[in-house]
Design a binder for this molecule. Structure first.
Ligand code: MG
Length: 225
């Protein structure tokens, strides 16, 4: 593959475990959502999240009910991501929750950092939630291993325009950016934007023969000239 100026990384199923997010983080936020909203009813940020939820929800639907339904449907809705990030903050603060990272991901991030290769995340979790997740890993605060965070505010992960926007913000030509993800729909979108793509195979990821694949970042291709 051609040499690059930066890597762009998915979280769930790529740097970290998809099942950890779906089986630990999501149920944590679902169980605590009604109580969190009730306890922060006067917080302007929470009120704004509820107003944004109502604007996206079905007509007349209770915002809290809509948020819970969206968790069950794995909807990538910005107000849901915002409230989840706040609920997870509390979990990290009390030690009830931790971030999670695969050992080979951690080794690769440290290696790339030492080599001067910029490392950015593109995840549907809010940028705030991404930082909190890696700040609170069992291995310690890993948040400094990343140079930047992109979330759905840049656009959906399945739209080429989102990857063009990211390359633009990084001032890197799309062809000199390499995106790692387990999700073929994201990889198709990134490739259509001219970004180099590699499918990371973890857990129960189905290998897609359209893409170069790695089973561990230990085997991620070299990118220097
Ligand atoms: Mg993923």
């Amino acid at each position: 593959m051609a040499s690059i100026d930066a890597v762009l990384l998915d979280i769930e199923g790529t740097l970290s475990s998809q099942s950890y997010v779906s089986k630990t983080l999501f149920p944590f936020s679902r169980a605590r959502l009604p109580g969190y909203v009730a306890a922060h009813a006067d917080d302007p940020a929470v009120r704004q999240i509820l107003a944004d939820t109502a604007a996206l929800a079905e007509h007349g639907e209770d915002p809290v009910a809509a948020l819970i339904r969206w968790i069950d449907e794995d909807r990538k809705a910005a107000p849901l991501k915002a409230i989840q990030g706040r609920i997870w903050d509390e979990g990290y603060a009390t030690g009830a929750l931790h971030g999670q990272i695969f050992p080979d991901s951690l080794a690769a991030l440290r290696r790339w950092q030492a080599e001067g290769m910029p490392r950015h995340i593109f995840s549907s979790g809010s940028a705030r939630a991404q930082i909190q997740f890696y700040r609170n890993c069992q291995e310690g605060d890993l948040s400094k291993l990343f140079d930047g965070h992109f979330d759905l505010t840049v656009g959906p992960k399945v739209e080429p325009a989102s990857y063009i926007a990211i390359a633009d913000k990084l001032a890197v030509p799309p062809a000199r950016l390499r995106f790692f993800s387990d999700n073929p729909r994201e990889l198709v979108a990134a490739e259509a934007a001219g970004v180099q793509v590699i499918q990371v195979i973890r857990e129960d990821t189905a290998p897609d023969p359209r893409f170069v694949q790695v089973y561990s970042f230990d085997e991620a291709p070299v990118w220097k000239d």
